[in-house]
Design a protein around this ligand. Structure first.
Ligand code: FAD
Length: 435
């Protein structure tokens, strides 16, 4: 009797959408598991978002905070990286739908598609007050900030020049605070010797926050310290005021208009449409409400993690939308997939909050580790070492460390490049000769 040779069993197919902090961590932690992984991202790079504001403010170059995903996973034969945009999920057919009509079959799906900035129902403000989420956002902001100084250099009308040299940041969370502090230092320390017709010391940096304090997620005393530190480097802090309009001339808050040519939005986020793809319930920010084991209700084969979901931590409060939370969730999902393949189950996801950090200018930071709190120069060094540690690769760590030491010692920001267009695209030329 002739017997058929045994068919090789097909590896369990895991599709991971999003190679941000959550998706990449899941991929890393599945190493060695009997799975084949397809990692899909609409960008070809993994981005270290916590340092995006440094690209926007000309402190770091784009390549210092982003890495090609394909390169990061080049040694993992079981991982296929796809540069593609996901447009939906057919949970019945167990397929991921791409925007070009292709589909990807999965046994287990992990959605880690993050979030974007949100304008509280005023999307029409976005062209005037762009947010910061991608490398393109960062280089666009860098361009706007540098072009504003260039145009001010050629502007003779005092009111128009003042508007060009006024920078408004909406939202005083860590990103708003970090942007405000760095733009102030750019104007105070880096740019003054470069210009002839304007005194960049006179630039106004205005940070507007609807809540009663800056860095609301930090302890009260650290918020107060951050506010005083910002004010000491010339940032005007406006608290308890909601912005009611953003347009080409400036921003309206508290019934008054502030003329400003550069507005930056750092006030709110909205989750990716993962919940819509699945018809699953979501909170007001569009975050998919997942089960305690991070699966989607009624879909035990679909996990969702990171900024695109809402899940409560052990204290009953929602897990914050920060990188360590996304990584912890990615790690948990990888462990759960491995356990399931062994026929085991794991307990629910438990978030451990390690702490919060924010930089205020080049020499100060605040650190809130719960019982341990720190502010000032030592906090800045800890902030810097922590961020360098979390960067990928020795070359980037060295490059960033050198860039920061250079800024620290010489006030020089090397990435002061206006890209994406010539002076013609920069906006209308001033009508009068420079003063
Ligand atoms: C300016 C800024 C500063 C921040 N600073 C800090 C900080 O100091 N400390 C901190 O802990 N956290 C910080 N965060 C938050 C932190 O970056 C996020 O919490 C973290 O990135 C969330 O990880 P994630 O994997 O959920 O999403 P992300 O890291 O955003 O990754 C999502 C990925 O999904 C991809 N994607 C999205 N939609 C699709 C689609 N339809 N198809 C294919 N791919 C898709 C995206 O391209 C992206 O690569 C900051 C965020 C920003 C924007």
């Amino acid at each position: 009797m002739i017997t058929e040779p045994p068919q090789p069993t097909r590896a369990h197919r895991v599709v991971i959408v999003g190679a941000g902090f959550g998706g990449l961590e899941t991929t890393y932690r599945l190493a060695g598991a009997p799975v084949s992984i397809t990692l899909v991202d609409r960008r070809n790079h993994h981005l270290f978002q916590p340092l995006l504001y440094q690209v926007a403010t000309a402190s770091l170059a784009t390549s210092e905070i982003a890495w090609p995903i394909r390169y990061l996973l080049r040694g993992r034969q079981e991982v296929t990286t796809l540069f593609a945009t996901v447009a939906g999920v057919d949970a019945t057919a167990k397929r991921v739908l791409l925007d070009d009509g292709d589909t990807l079959a999965y046994d287990t799906l992990v959605l880690a598609t993050g979030a974007r900035h949100a304008y509280f129902g005023h999307d029409e403000w976005e062209p005037f007050a762009p947010g910061l989420k991608t490398l393109e956002d960062a280089t666009t902001l860098r361009r706007r900030i540098l072009v504003a100084f260039e145009r001010a250099e050629r502007e003779s009308d005092p009111a128009r020049r003042a508007a060009l040299m006024t920078f408004v940041i909406v939202g005083a969370g860590p990103t708003g605070v970090e942007l405000a502090g760095t733009i102030a230092e750019l104007a105070q320390d880096t740019l003054p010797p470069d210009f002839r017709n304007i005194d960049t010391h006179k630039a106004r940096v205005v940070l507007i926050e609807a809540g009663p304090r800056v860095l609301a997620g930090f302890a009260d005393d650290l918020s107060a310290y951050a506010q005083a530190s910002l004010q000491s480097i010339g940032v005007e802090v406006v608290l308890g005021q909601s912005v009611t309009e953003c347009n080409a001339d400036g921003v309206v808050y508290g019934g008054q208009t502030l003329q400003a040519k550069t507005l930056i939005w750092a006030a709110g986020v909205r989750a990716s449409p993962a919940a819509e793809w699945l018809g699953a319930s979501a909170d007001r920010a569009g975050r998919l409400q997942v089960e305690p084991d991070l699966t989607v209700s009624d879909h035990p084969d679909i996990f969702a993690i990171g900024d695109t979901v809402v899940v409560n931590g052990p204290d009953g409060k929602p897990v914050p939308g920060i990188a360590p939370a996304a990584k912890q969730q990615g790690r948990y999902v990888a462990e759960t997939i491995k356990a399931r393949l062994r026929g085991e189950t794991l307990g629910p996801f438990r978030y451990k909050h390690a702490g919060s950090l924010a930089q205020i200018g080049k020499r100060k930071a605040v650190i809130d580790f719960g019982r341990f709190k720190l502010s000032g120069a030592l906090a800045w060094w800890i902030w810097g070492i922590a961020h360098i540690y979390f960067l990928i690769g020795l070359r980037n760590r060295l490059q960033v460390a050198i860039s920061w030491l250079w800024i620290h010692a010489r006030d020089q920001r090397a990435a002061r490049l206006i890209t994406q267009g010539s002076s013609k695209v920069a906006g209308p030329a001033p009508t009068k000769d420079p003063a």
